[in-house]
Design a protein around this ligand. Structure first.
Ligand SMILES: Nc1ncnc2c1ncn2[C@@H]1O[C@H](COP(=O)(O)OP(=O)(O)O)[C@@H](O)[C@H]1O
Ligand SMILES: [Mg+2]
Length: 234
């Protein structure tokens, strides 16, 4: 049995007076790719932000590799090896690819060398001197993931990594995620693209209006695509 990387229990959170998450609980085990599905506004991003230490206020408990990280500031959670990539990817447009890559502090044994990064992302090596604004959306997404690996992340939280990308790039990201999984990483994805998620995920949680309304594994998802699509309103 793989050990639990992330254990979220009964998360309740919101913004000022508005309650968004209601008793969200989920577990992610080592080497899993777990996807949070749900319509726009369901609370997927808010859930990732709570895990990453970016929500001001919430109730509930979060453990990372067994250790409580509830309400720790983001930088401390990051140093423990939890890597968060926001939907907007967070690439500094005035810095070069190499500067973006090597900017965050490095921690733990999990931090990848530049050589290892460039082996998996040869394009980033070729484009090392280009500034952020010159990168395509796909290159920015790759850079954002590479930066988490360089910093030593053992768990990647990726918010809609395929959003706005051409199908051929989406495929590349899918291959990359499977490779990372094979290398021992654990991934939590937020995806609107269920077909993409189906290709890479071991398990799923569906959020609706801030609640987990369903959870199932890949086998179930493959057998019940239509039902799930209608649950997602697509
Ligand atoms: N910064 C914010 N301030 C106030 N309300 C927010 C903020 N961010 C998100 N919300 C609200 O919280 C709910 C969940 O949003 P979010 O977690 O971004 O959903 P999802 O990622 O599933 O689309 C939505 O109703 C959204 O309008
Ligand atoms: Mg979102």
């Amino acid at each position: 049995m793989n050990k639990a990387v992330l254990e979220v229990s009964r998360l309740n959170a919101g913004y000022s007076e508005i309650n968004v998450l209601k008793d969200v609980s989920l577990t992610v085990k080592e080497h899993e790719v777990v996807t949070l599905l749900g319509r726009n506004g369901a609370g997927k991003t808010t859930t990732l932000k709570a895990m990453a230490g970016l929500l001001d206020d919430y109730e509930g408990h979060i453990r990372f590799f067994g250790e409580p990280i509830t309400k720790l500031p983001a930088y401390r959670i990051g140093r423990k090896g939890l890597g968060y990539c926001p939907e907007e990817r967070g690439i500094f447009s005035s810095l070069t690819v190499r500067e973006n890559l090597t900017l965050p502090p490095r921690t733990g044994d999990a931090a990848w060398s530049l050589d290892a990064i460039y082996q998996l992302f040869p394009k980033l090596k070729d484009r090392g001197g280009s500034i952020g604004t010159k990168l395509s959306g796909g290159e920015q997404q790759m850079l954002a993931i590479a930066r988490l690996l360089y910093s030593g992340a053992r768990l990647l939280l990726l918010d809609e990594p395929t959003e706005g990308l051409a199908p051929v790039i989406v495929k590349q990201i899918g291959r990359l995620l499977l490779e990372l999984k094979a290398k021992g990483l654990t991934v939590v994805l937020v995806e609107q693209n269920f077909n993409f998620a189906l290709k890479v995920s071991d398990r799923f949680y569906v959020l609706d209006q801030g609640e987990v309304v369903a959870s199932f594994d890949r086998e179930y998802a493959l057998r019940n695509k239509e039902q799930i699509n209608s649950m997602l309103g697509v």
